[in-house]
Design a protein around this ligand. Structure first.
Ligand code: NAD
Ligand code: UDP
Length: 336
């Protein structure tokens, strides 16, 4: 299939482009590079030795998206493009609602216009809100605490309603848990702008000496060691989950958790990183971070049953590959 990958220059999108190309699909990337660099498209080509078509466009721009559909025989869409920083979404909610929801509508509209019935959407475990883990796809969604989460819940609803009204439309809604790690080549990975918000890029930057010390947020959660528990998933496993979702699309809207099904605490992750890479990570325990929940991990059985997909790479592979990318990656921010 010829797949339009929006946000394909980004972290998860670039790994998914590699997986798609390796599985024999072809790829058209649409990305406005607001949180990524043009070079990641070159790296996708380096890794796969395959051609990629790239458009630097904003996918909220209906005319620009129409041009892509008009000239590229698109068979399906994987929609990654979106803004994802939870804290920032509280500060600039309109930007988040506009970018993340309008992009979904623009793409769905183009799909209708050009008769494209295969759609895969990047959602997030954040839509489960305060439900108790393990999270199951059948749970009622609870309000999330931030506009980012709301954009995911709303996009899910929009796509589900379209699938209800149009019996030809197939959409797979993928709820990601905590993607970490990088491609084993060390050529692509997570390269956040500025000081990272997420745990793993923070850990790798502390290990490299770019940042002084990790702050572990909270030691009094009702978890095995008091630190938060998350379902970390290797980004290459996640990428392969998208190929499985695409290969097993069926009419209607179908929701899948993409996680390992296993919870790992923040302190366990730090220890695994130290063991996997033989390097110490300095940390201190501080107050809880507002808005965090104690435990978040998937019931990943539906994806296994229906997509034939499970995550294969363990926490050590995640830590090893994250570190390999960090060591390779030259363009880090200077932090005083
Ligand atoms: P990322 O920021 O690395 O990638 C997103 C890409 O989309 C970037 O390359 C950015 O330039 C592009 N983009 C944003 N808005 C755009 C627009 N209007 N038009 C064109 N391009 C645009 O983020 P990621 O971690 O790869 O996340 C991909 C998707 O997965 C996002 O929708 C995100 O919300 C979702 N997600 C991510 C995580 C995570 O922890 N990384 C977890 C759950 C869900
Ligand atoms: N975390 C931490 N220090 C950091 C960043 C994150 O202790 O500098 C913790 C955070 O409190 C949570 C876990 O690591 O328990 C995962 O956080 P992240 O922001 O990576 O992902 P989230 O689960 O919030 O989407």
């Amino acid at each position: 299939m010829n797949i339009l990958v929006t946000g394909g220059a980004g972290y998860i999108g670039s790994h998914t482009c590699v997986a798609l190309l390796e599985a024999g699909h072809s790829v058209v990337i649409a990305d406005n590079l607001c949180n990524s660099k043009r070079e990641s498209v070159e790296k996708i080509i380096d890794i796969t030795k395959k051609e990629v078509t790239f458009f630097e466009v904003d996918v909220t721009d209906q005319e620009a998206v129409d041009v892509i559909f008009n000239h590229n025989n698109i068979d399906g869409v994987i929609h990654f493009a979106g803004m994802k920083a939870v804290g920032e979404s509280v500060e600039i909610p309109l930007t988040y609602y506009y970018n993340n929801i309008v992009s979904t509508m623009v793409l769905a509209k183009a799909c209708q216009k050009y008769g494209v019935n295969s759609f895969v959407f990047s959602s997030s475990a954040t839509v489960y809100g305060d439900n108790a883990a393990p999270f199951v796809e059948t749970m009622n969604l609870l309000p999330t605490t931030n506009p980012y989460g709301e954009t995911k819940a709303m996009s899910e609803r929009i796509l589900s309603d379209i699938a209800k009204a149009d019996s030809e439309f197939s959409v797979s809604i993928l709820r990601y848990f905590n993607p970490v790690g990088a491609h084993e080549s060390g050529l692509i990975g997570e390269a956040p702008n500025g000081i990272p918000n997420n745990l793993m890029p923070y850990v790798t930057q502390v290990a490299k000496g770019t940042l002084n010390k990790l702050r572990v947020f909270g030691s009094d959660y009702p978890t095995l060691d008091g630190s938060g528990v998350r379902d970390f998933i290797h980004v290459v496993d996640l990428a392969e989950g998208h190929v499985a979702a695409l290969d097993n699309l069926k009419k209607g809207a179908h929701i899948y958790n993409l996680g390992t099904g296993q919870g790992t605490s923040v302190l366990e992750l730090v220890k695994a990183f130290e063991e996997a890479n033989g390097i110490e990570v300095h940390y201190e325990i501080v107050e809880r971070r507002p808005g965090d929940i104690a435990s978040c991990y998937a019931d990943a059985s539906k994806a296994e049953r229906e997509l034939g997909w499970t995550a294969k790479r363990d926490i050590f592979a995640m830590c090893r590959d994250a570190w390999k990318f960090e060591k390779n990656y030259k363009d880090l921010v200077e932090i005083k």
